[in-house]
Each structure stands twice: as structure tokens, then as C-alpha cells.
Design a protein around this ligand. Structure first.
Ligand code: ADP
Ligand code: MG
Length: 690
């Protein structure tokens, strides 16, 4: 925005306070403008005591009638005030002698707080208050009072003061209007400065409900510009790629054709179409930047393998990176099986590798004797030198943030030549979201599952019928099938997560003494996890108890039953992903969603979606609709950028217009586009420093 000056230039901000504000992400004066209130208090009018109702947060004024201390467990200060229409008690648990002395009968006070029903009529506990001087009138605010997101040690009053100063600065030198007038007029948008001013200090008659829902035109105005900034920034990366050079991988397609013929299965039409798109990109002298979206089990790996094969046939190295060791190992096995007959040497690189093995891999990567490199993000750490990296494949890209994706793009650059990049995700996100999140990528969709796949039959059963479910596991496993038991996801706590898994494991081993039960959870060392997964894959373990670590990619065709505990607490897309672990073999597969009753209306509907469809795109769309405002897809989970004001779920509908506007601006003025990006993302443009 306009003022890049440090916060210490504001009155009352010293280094100590500046440090606390930093925790709120506030570094410059302008950052305060984007710190929007969480809610508002109405101190624009005085409410008569006689008109109060329990639960109201109101500004009241009155005369002190009586002040006394009372003991009820601890000492309370009770101040009774009246305004002619009624009486009210102010109750303090903590108070100083000096405070006590203030409340002399006859003085007037104004106070603000939440009204509740006490023993003797209404009371307010620890109100904010002010003792009025003689003949002083109580002051009301001209605007609603903002309540900001709190940070330790910074009082609301202070934040109001600081945002007030920032708003004054803004009024003195209003930010330049960067959106084209055609857009702001067509959409009836307020100016940037008006929108900011309004949201920080709404007028008394503002539609607060609308603001809290995030749909007020002023918020939409800001969200629009922010989404636009991110979009433009990603598009920059994209158009930059068109000017960068890459090795054109354009040798004949014979190897690819032979490989496809050697496969045990016939590619689906969707796979074939996507492969053609990729081969087209690869043959150009500019880096490919393509995203493959494909539901779980749609066969993305073989498509990636074909891209790698093409690269290797053209004499360059290909690298494939997966987010977990288990998944990388699985790729290692598939790729080894496929490429062994072709005399292609893969190298393995992961974080848990022993030093000697790592050194050997690094040498092979450097000398070029390793044509294909499979691994985790260890692939892109310091000290990994590729001989001639031509293609990078990133699997399950939603596990990596958007910034990581950008960083990787730079990693393989040698002599100004960029590797081609293929990213794959099984989290199908609705089109509008994809527009925002992947604006730097071309997108291909594998919208078809290999033939013969059976849709997974999904049912929801209350927790109270857990015994029946255990019986069902027993009969499935006794008849030679395998099952997953997925434990409740406990957000934000790996420890609880793992305890829950241990508890389920104990319960199941006790209930099913004749079954071979294994346990895999997020706190195990990768090697341990791997051992558990392998034992399951080899059929040594019949029932695998797991936390959601099994979410991505594991392939055990003999597993045909999945139980998911506390399903009501998980996201729909995540449940869909989990369920994709079964239904990979010939047997009819089932997924049982265990839930804790009673289920709320939305939860019921959510589980119903999974029962009704096996299509990941439909699931994602319904997920978006049902979540409603306020519940943003986490950036970590989805690889989506983080926003200050916009909320992709809430504001998804803005995207088509954002896209159109971006195109118009780019066509008309590069400097305006750059200014918008700078305003919201800072000088680095945040993505792909260019
Ligand atoms: P995802 O898209 O979830 O990564 P995978 O690539 O792991 O899916 O494929 C799932 C399974 O389907 C693998 O066992 C794979 O070999 C198999 N597969 C892939 N394509 C086909 C196909 N066209 N026909 C039959 N099976 C296939
Ligand atoms: Mg996969």
C-alpha cells in the first residue's frame, strides 16, 4: 500500500510493542489496514437499563446508587447503578482500593459489557467503564467499535488506536486505485480506501451480519483485489516459463509405444489423452508446467512413468518426488518393475538413508549413471547435483505448499535451462479453486478409472454398533481378505492421534485374538512404518490399524474393507482419499464410516455425499458447498496460497471475474499488474522470485 514505514513511526510504538505486533504478522503501518476486525461492538448508542435483555452487549450510563463489597467465596465489589428506567449491578472480582473509592454514590459512570442475569436482576461482570466528570455527558462512538484478533500483551484499545493512526495516514494519502474503473463500476465496488475505512470503523447502521459472513461489498472488494494479486503473480510465473528454455524432448515415440505395449493393462482413454498432452509439452523448448488431477486409483503413476521414459530416451535425467517414504518406496518398486527390462537404472534418495548408500546415490546422480531418481523431498536438498535433469515429477502435490512448488522449479536449473515439471494430485478441487491455486499450471484431468474397478460401497454406522463392525472385520479377514481400521484424526496433536491409534489397536487385538493385527501411526520412525505397511502388503498382517498416515498412495489390492472411526470429524475429500485405498482388487469393497451420534444436520449430509457418490470431483464440489463460509481449506493440506482477507471457499465465486480482470489488466498495463502484485504480496512477488 502507500505507507511502507515501520510501525515504530506510529505514536506509542516502541521496539517492545513492535515485536509483539510482529507476532500478528504486522510489520509495516499498512499491515494494520489489512488486519480486519473479527467482530464489532456497538457503542454508538446508550441503552436504557430498562430495555436490557440478557446476552446483550451494550453501552449503558447511570448514577451510582450503592457500592459494597461482598464475600461469596471471594471478595466481590458490587456497584449498583440506575438510570431511572431500572437498575443494574456491576460486579468486579479483581479491583483496587482506588477503584473501589471511585464509585461514590451520586457519580455517573458509563460502562460497556455483556449483560447477564444475576441474583438481583441484571449484572455485568468486569465491564469496561468510565467515571464521568461532573456535568460531563457520556460519549458514544460515531462508528461501531472493532474487536481485532488478539495477540498476547496487546490490548484491544491499543490496536484500535494503532489502526486509527493507520487509517488517518491512509486518509491523508489514499492508496492509488489500481482496479480498472470498468470493473469497479460494473461490480459496484467501493474504492480500496473506502472499503478499508468501512471495515475498520463501520457506521452505526452497518449490516454486521453481512460483514461477519464475509460477504459485505467492502470485503468482497478487498478479497477481489487480493485474489487478483495472487492470480497475477502466478500468471507471471507462468508467462515467464514461456520465455525460459528447456531441453526439447522430441526424439521419436518408439520407446513410449513399446513400453505401453509391454504393460499388463491397456491404458484408459483418459490416460492416453493426458500422455499425449504431456508429450506435446515435452517436445517444446520451454519448460512444461503441467498439473495432472486424477482421482485416487485413476492410474497417474504409469502416466508419470511414461513422461520419465520419454525424458530418459532423450538422454536426460528424470526425478520423481513423493511426500512420504512409503509412497516413494512404492514408486520405486513400480518404476523398478517397469524399467528393469529396459536397462534403466534408478537411484533412491531419502532422508532416512544411510550415509554410504546416500553417497552412492549422489554420485550416480551427479555422474548421470542414474537416469531415474526416486525419492522424497531429500531430492531437492543441498548437495544433490544432477548431471542433466530434464524432468521433475512431483506426486501428491497438495502435500507440498505452493512455495515449495515454486522453489523446486528453480532447483533443477542449469545454465539457464529449466527442467520440465509435472505435478500430480489426487485431491480434485473444484474448478474455481483450481483457477486460483494453480494459475501457473496447465491442467490435465484423468477423469476415468481403469475398467473393472468396483465402486466402493459406503455405509455410515453409529459408534454404538461398533461390535457388529468388528464382527464384519473378522468375517472378511477369515475369508482371506484384508482390512484397514483408520483411527480418529485428532487435529493439531500428534500425541493424541497416536494414543487414539494405540487404544483402537488394543481394543481390536483383544476382540480379534485370531487375526494378525498391525499398527502404523505418524509417530513411528519411517522404517518402522514401512515394515508395518510391507507386512500388510505381503498379507502377513490381516488387519491394519492406522492413523491417516495411510492416506496417500498405498496400493494393496487384497484389502477390501475399510473402517473409518469418527468419520464425522474428517473432511469429505480426505475421507474420499482414504476410501480409495480399497476397491483396488477384484473383490467388492466396502467402507464403513463410524460416527459418534448424534450427528448434526450438516454432518449427516456430508456422510451422505460419500454414500451416494464415488466421484472425487463431485465429492470436492459438495465439500465446498457444505463447508460454507469460515472454514477455509488449510493451505498445508491443499497446497493453496495463504490469504490475508480472501477465503477461497467463501469467495470462490469471484474467481471467473478475477481471471477475466487479470487478463484485461495484463493486456493493457504491465505496470498496473505489477503494482497490484506488489501491494498484496510485497516486492518479491512471493512466488518464483523473478
Ligand atoms: P493413482 O492415480 O491413485 O496414483 P496408481 O497410479 O497408483 O493410481 O494406480 C492404481 C493401480 O491401478 C495400480 O495398481 C496401477 O498399476 C493400476 N492401473 C493403472 N492404470 C491402469 C489401467 N489402465 N488398467 C488397469 N490398471 C491400471
Ligand atoms: Mg498415486
Amino acid at each position: 500500500m502507500q505507507s511502507d514505514s515501520p510501525l515504530t513511526e506510529l505514536k506509542g510504538v516502541g521496539p517492545a510493542l513492535a515485536k509483539k505486533l510482529e507476532k500478528l504478522g504486522l510489520n509495516r503501518v499498512d499491515d494494520l489496514l489489512f488486519l480486519l476486525p473479527l467482530r464489532y461492538e456497538d457503542r454508538t448508542q446508550l441503552v436504557r437499563i430498562g430495555a436490557l435483555e440478557a446476552g446483550m452487549r451494550s453501552l449503558i450510563t447511570g448514577e451510582v446508587l450503592l457500592a459494597e463489597t461482598a464475600f461469596r467465596g471471594r471478595r466481590n465489589l458490587l456497584v449498583r447503578i440506575g438510570d431511572g428506567s431500572g437498575q443494574l449491578t456491576l460486579r468486579f472480582f479483581h479491583f483496587s482500593r482506588q477503584q473501589q473509592a471511585q464509585f461514590q454514590p451520586g457519580v455517573h459512570v458509563t460502562c460497556y459489557g455483556e449483560v447477564r442475569r444475576g441474583q438481583k436482576g441484571f449484572e455485568i461482570i468486569h465491564p469496561e467503564y468510565r467515571v464521568l466528570k461532573k456535568n460531563q455527558d457520556p460519549t458514544t462512538s460515531d462508528s461501531l467499535t472493532p474487536v481485532y484478533p488478539a495477540t498476547e500483551g496487546v490490548q484491544q484499545g491499543r490496536l484500535r488506536n494503532l489502526t486509527g493512526q493507520a487509517l488517518q495516514q491512509m486518509t491523508r494519502s489514499p492508496p492509488r486505485e489500481l482496479l480498472p474503473a470498468t470493473i469497479t463500476e460494473k461490480l459496484g465496488m467501493p474504492s480500496l480506501a473506502d472499503a478499508i475505512q468501512y471495515l475498520h470503523r463501520p457506521p452505526p447502521d452497518a449490516d454486521v451480519t453481512q460483514i461477519l459472513a464475509g460477504t459485505h461489498p467492502c470485503q468482497q472488494r478487498l478479497a477481489f483485489e487480493e485474489l487478483l494479486a495472487h492470480y497475477l503473480s502466478l500468471r507471471n510465473v507462468r508467462s515467464l516459463a514461456a520465455t525460459q528454455s528447456a531441453i526439447a524432448l522430441s526424439a521419436s515415440d518408439d520407446d513410449v509405444r513399446d513400453f505401453i505395449q509391454s504393460l499388463q493393462f491397456k491404458l484408459t482413454n483418459a490416460q492416453q489423452r493426458v500422455i499425449d498432452e504431456i508429450l506435446g509439452d515435452l517436445s517444446a523448448p520451454h519448460p512444461m508446467m503441467r498439473l495432472i488431477q486424477g482421482d485416487v486409483g485413476s492410474g497417474k503413476t504409469v502416466v508419470a512413468a511414461i513422461a520419465c521414459l520419454k525424458a530418459i530416451a532423450c538422454g536426460v535425467q528424470a526425478a520423481i518426488m513423493a511426500p512420504t517414504e512409503i509412497l516413494a518406496e512404492q514408486h520405486w518398486r513400480s518404476f523398478s518393475d517397469w524399467f528393469y527390462p529396459l536397462n534403466i537404472n534408478p537411484a533412491w534418495l531419502s532422508g532416512s538413508q544411510r550415509a554410504a548408500a546416500r553417497r552412492e546415490s549422489l554420485e550416480a546422480i551427479k555422474s548421470g549413471s542414474a537416469q531415474l531418481i526416486v525419492g522424497t523431498h531429500a531430492l531437492f536438498q543441498e548437495g544433490v547435483d544432477f548431471k542433466r535433469l530434464g524432468l521433475v515429477v512431483i506426486d501428491e502435490q497438495h502435500r507440498f505448499g505452493v512455495h515449495q512448488r515454486m522453489a523446486l522449479r528453480e532447483k533443477g536449473v542449469a545454465d539457464g535451462v529449466h527442467p520440465h515439471q509435472l505435478v500430480m494430485t489426487a485431491t480434485p478441487i473444484p474448478r474455481t479453486l483450481a483457477m486460483a491455486a494453480y494459475a501457473d499450471l496447465d491442467t490435465s484431468v484423468i477423469d476415468e478409472l481403469p475398467p473393472g474397478r468396483q465402486a466402493v460401497t459406503t455405509i455410515a454406522i453409529p459408534d454404538s454398533r461398533r461390535n457388529e463392525v468388528v464382527e464384519r472385520v473378522l468375517s472378511a479377514c477369515t475369508s482371506g481378505q484384508q482390512a484397514y481400521w483408520v483411527c480418529p484424526l485428532i487435529e493439531e496433536s500428534e500425541v493424541l492421534d497416536y494414543q487414539a491409534a494405540e487404544a483402537s489397536y488394543a481394543m481390536l487385538t483383544e476382540a480379534l485374538p485370531d487375526l494378525r493385527v498391525g499398527l502404523v501411526h505418524g509417530r513411528m520412525r519411517p522404517a518402522e512404518k514401512e515394515r508395518g505397511m510391507r507386512a500388510f502388503k505381503e498379507g502377513i498382517i490381516q488387519l491394519l490399524v492406522a492413523t491417516t498416515v495411510i492416506e496417500v498412495g498405498v496400493d494393496v489390492p487384497n484389502a477390501s474393507l475399510m473402517i473409518i472411526e469418527n468419520a464425522e470429524r474428517m473432511g469429505l475429500s480426505q475421507l474420499h482419499q482414504l476410501r480409495g485405498r480399497v476397491g483396488r482388487g477384484a473383490a467388492q469393497s466396502h467402507c464403513v464410516l463410524l460416527y459418534r451420534s448424534p450427528l448434526g444436520h450438516i454432518a449427516k449430509e456430508r456422510l451422505g455425499v460419500l454414500r451416494d457418490t464415488n466421484d472425487g470431483f463431485v465429492v470436492a464440489q459438495r465439500d465446498l458447498e457444505l463447508r460454507g463460509p469460515g472454514e477455509l481449506l488449510g493451505a498445508r493440506q491443499t497446497g493453496l496460497p495463504e490469504y490475508r482477507i480472501a477465503n477461497l471457499v467463501r469467495d470462490a465465486a469471484l474467481m471467473p471475474r478475477v481471471q477475466m480482470t487479470a487478463e484485461a489488466i495484463t493486456r493493457e498495463s504491465g505496470t498496473i499488474a505489477a503494482a497490484i502484485v506488489r501491494r498484496w504480496l510485497g516486492d518479491a512477488g512471493r512466488y518464483g522470485k523473478v
